[in-house]
Design a protein around this ligand. Structure first.
Ligand code: 2BA
Length: 109
């Protein structure tokens, strides 16, 4: 058995959890914070048999692809010619950082 920990973008969390549950995986969502950006992210933990690890990793990779997205810079963070104005910027979102750990023991009591 393995414990898969996947740190993913908050936006991807509910879609992938629905999909994993439908496929028969048990999953727990943790609200986490990245140490570098100090921004919220989501960590999913999933205990899974060795045989199903490749399937799980494929799902995470497919559902959490990094992609470009347009967003507006917060008007409070930009000061153009002394007037505040939001403007669009392209940012990269998504992706996943995945750890696969061995499980010595698994019990439900
Ligand atoms: P990623 O490498 O894609 O990491 C996304 C988030 O995954 C991280 O958020 C962190 O929460 C987690 N993570 C990644 N690698 C990890 C590891 N080895 N152990 C534990 N958790 C891990 P943040 O820490 O906020 O980092 C956000 C992004 O900033 C990173 O994206 C990376 O592109 C960049 N970054 C992180 N640390 C950096 C550093 N020391 N110098 C420069 N850029 C850094």
């Amino acid at each position: 058995m393995k414990l898969v920990m996947a740190i993913i973008h908050d936006e991807d969390a509910f879609d992938i959890m629905d999909y994993l549950s439908a496929k028969g995986f048990s999953v727990t969502k943790l609200a986490t914070t990245g140490g570098f950006l100090r921004a919220g992210n989501t960590t999913l933990i999933c205990g899974v048999t060795d045989e199903r690890v490749p399937e799980l990793l494929e799902i995470i990779e497919a559902k959490c692809k990094s992609r470009k997205q347009m967003t507006s810079v917060n008007a409070l963070n930009v000061n153009l010619n002394e007037s505040f104005a939001p403007y669009p910027v392209e940012v990269t979102v998504g992706g996943a950082t995945i750890f696969v750990l061995p499980v010595d023991e698994f019990r439900k009591v």
